[in-house]
Design a protein around this ligand. Structure first.
Ligand code: AP5
Length: 215
């Protein structure tokens, strides 16, 4: 099993890049944010426990995430290649990931960090729209649906993510700076860090990430 960790601030394009790579390769895109939102939609205990943290833009307690990732790896095919979008999010989760990787004979191959200026992050998060049914992501300017405000796949009205309100975005960026950005230095020390300029168009970023993964 191989694991690629995607680092980057909210709006850096982790989800968009990971989804693009999953379309072109056999790798599996695993978004812990999407898993938590799905758990909340289903009303599971983990989803309900996560809600108040997600609404504020705070990190959900580590053990909830470590248990989710542990269950995923325990059930995975040994040949799987995972793109972890949003996990780990702090040093404690990174240590736990290394332990899980050892337990399930997986290898954390590289940590890909998408670098994007803050003004671009704010523009991306402010214009993001999502389909409440299939989860497809759009952007009002850079990735608009064919019919304004309507999902191309499901035909239902698009929604704004609950944590994309301006005040919650600000808090998410602070949490990223305090708790997640230190992982950049953490992975640099292990020799696994690959930095990628994520400020260009989505297709170009996918190509750059693919070559960083292979480099
Ligand atoms: P999560 O869903 O992971 O949110 P995030 O990290 O804040 O990241 P985003 O999804 O906002 O951004 P992204 O980098 O994926 O950008 P995207 O590709 O969508 O987590 C949500 C919450 O869940 C957290 O706040 C926390 O509470 C909880 N959580 C999750 N994991 C956790 C963990 N491990 N531990 C604890 N708590 C956890 O792009 C954004 C927009 O920009 C889109 O509209 C897109 O179309 C557009 N766009 C993307 N790339 C480009 C591009 N290259 N050019 C133009 N537009 C682009």
């Amino acid at each position: 099993m191989q694991i690629f960790v995607f680092l980057g601030a909210p709006g850096a394009g982790k989800g968009t890049a990971a989804a693009g790579i999953a379309q072109k390769t056999a790798a599996l895109h695993i978004s812990t944010g999407a898993m938590l939102r799905e758990a909340l939609k289903k009303g599971t205990p983990a989803g309900l426990a996560a809600k108040s943290y997600m609404d504020k833009g705070a990190l959900v307690p580590d053990q909830v995430l470590v248990d989710m990732i542990g269950e995923l790896l325990a059930a995975a095919d040994p040949d799987s290649v995972f793109l972890f979008d949003g996990f780990p999010r702090n040093e404690s989760q990174a240590v736990q990931l290394d332990k899980l990787a050892e337990q399930f004979n997986a290898n954390v191959k590289a940590a890909i960090c998408l670098d994007v200026p803050e003004a671009t992050l704010l523009k991306r998060l402010g214009g993001r729209r999502v389909c409440p049914v299939c989860g497809a992501g759009y952007h009002v300017e850079s990735l608009p649906p064919k019919r304004e405000g309507i999902c191309d796949v499901c035909g239902v009205p698009l929604a704004t993510r609950a944590d994309d309100k301006p005040e919650t975005i600000r808090h998410r960026l602070e949490v990223y700076g305090e708790q997640t950005a230190p992982l950049i230095a953490w992975y640099e020390k292990t020799g696994k860090l690959r930095r990628v300029d994520g400020s260009g168009e989505a297709d170009a970023t996918v190509e750059k990430v693919l070559s960083a993964m292979n480099g």
